[in-house]
Design a protein around this ligand. Structure first.
Ligand code: RNT
Ligand code: ZN
Length: 417
């Protein structure tokens, strides 16, 4: 797209927004500061490097077999960098424990150490990225249907040890990068059918968490991710939302809200203003559930828009961490990163451009027709001209021109895998 035209369109947009008291420069600056935490697992369908031929378990599924997935660390790193070259701004990378640099050796989950992630830390630094982390309790012979909530002490202790080590790794990352690494804990524990000892497994999970969190760290932050159900675990999930909300509120832990982990009609956006009052911060896993927790690529739909707007309406950009979490194996995986990241940013930008002052004045005066009318008209304010400017400023493709670029990379690289 022609640079002069992008600038002209932006100037007109800035004027239009100014009539509503919105400063587009401020919005651009605020968007620039938002780092998304990109999930490393979109590049390889959650395979990891421990046993790339292993089966994905834990009630999650990457459907599709589009060619070209990353088969090793070098390919994954190259793909992530390719993707970020089309995403404006600076972003973080979210690693799972199974993505360690194991040097071709099998390192069991209760043996992993910060050294297995040193090359990642260096690589991230070289590429101006910060790292976040996740324990991995799925896709392992000891995963079964219960890990941290397993009545078998041997298995439970194995996963406790794993998760403790993950916290130590996350701490090392945070220290190295001079910025806290966020460690997410999600376990699949649950049951396919009616469970008659629900309290028992939840008690076990609570005890495991207490043991895991006994060590205090300065350079990492813990977050705990709830879920409604998993495939093959439809009737009972030990780590339900009530469970983690209670645990997080009581123990000052961050609760992770994955947008695919709730009833489909439940508003995730509405949860923010409650969590912000009772838990230290919030971690988001932005996804797109279609019929179930299908992990479709995030798009700029009402759900994502509502969520992004709510972060900004709560003035909580410094307390809400925005991670992506989907794994679509049916389309170009680099394209999946780019679409989902840009969509999330577009939603945030629209939140930043909302004429919130006027809207709140209407609300305070009970002018509810006026509030609704402005909300509706706001939808067609020229936010897209501001978005184009953001891409231009960040030297990434404006508009759809990244499509051809990704096709080129596919032809030259991923299709040859
Ligand atoms: C699963 C959770 C979890 C995973 C990743 C791979 O339902 O959303 O966050 O997607 O840990
Ligand atoms: Zn998630």
């Amino acid at each position: 797209m022609n640079e002069t035209k992008i600038k002209q369109a932006y100037d007109l947009a800035a004027e239009r927004y100014a009539t509503l008291g919105v400063n587009t420069e401020e919005a651009l600056n605020a968007l620039q500061k938002i780092s998304l935490s990109l999930h490393c697992w979109q590049a390889d369908d959650v395979s990891g490097f421990e046993n790339p031929d292993g089966q994905l378990s834990g009630g999650i599924q990457a459907t599709g077999n589009y060619p070209g997935k990353a088969r090793n660390m070098e390919e994954l790193r190259a793909d992530v960098l390719k993707a970020t070259s089309f995403i404006p701004g600076n972003h973080r990378l979210n690693l799972h424990a199974i993505y360690g640099d194991f040097g071709g050796k099998f390192v069991d989950r209760d043996q992993i150490e910060p050294k297995h992630f040193e090359s990642w830390m260096q690589w991230a630094k070289e590429n101006g990225m910060k790292l976040d982390f996740n324990s991995t309790s799925f896709s392992h012979p000891k995963s079964g249907s219960l890990s941290l909530a397993n009545p078998d002490k041997g298995i439970r202790d194995f996963w406790i040890e794993h998760t403790k080590r993950c916290r130590a790794i996350s701490e090392a990352m945070g220290k190295y990068q001079g910025d806290p690494s966020i460690m997410n804990l999600w376990i699949h524990d649950g049951s396919k059918d009616i469970t008659v000892n629900r309290l028992y497994y939840r008690q076990l999970l609570k005890d495991s968490l207490d043991e895991i969190f006994a060590t205090e760290y300065k350079n990492m932050k813990d977050c705990i991710e709830a879920k409604l159900f998993g495939i093959g675990a439809e009737s009972y999930t030990v780590g339900s939302y009530d469970f983690y909300l209670g645990y997080g509120a009581k123990n000052g832990k961050i609760v992770t809200l994955d947008t695919g982990h709730f009833h489909l009609t439940e508003s995730i956006a509405d949860k923010l203003s409650s969590l912000l009052l009772f838990t230290p911060e919030i971690m988001l896993h932005v996804s797109r559930p279609v019929r179930w927790d299908s992990d479709h690529v995030t798009i700029m739909n009402d759900d994502t828009l509502d969520l992004a707007k709510e972060i900004i309406r709560c003035n909580a950009l410094d307390r809400v961490h925005i991670g992506l979490d989907y794994f679509d194996a049916s389309i170009n995986r680099i394209g999946a990163y780019v679409i989902g990241s840009r969509a999330t940013q577009k939603c945030l930008l629209q939140g930043l451009l909302e004429p919130i002052k006027v809207l709140r004045e209407y609300e305070a005066k009970d002018q509810l027709f006026e509030r609704l009318a402005l909300l509706e008209e706001s939808k067609n304010l020229p936010w897209n001209a501001v978005w184009d400017m953001f891409c231009l400023k960040n030297n990434v493709p404006v508009g759809e021109s990244f499509i051809q670029e990704i096709e080129k990379y596919e032809a030259a690289v991923t299709s040859k895998r």
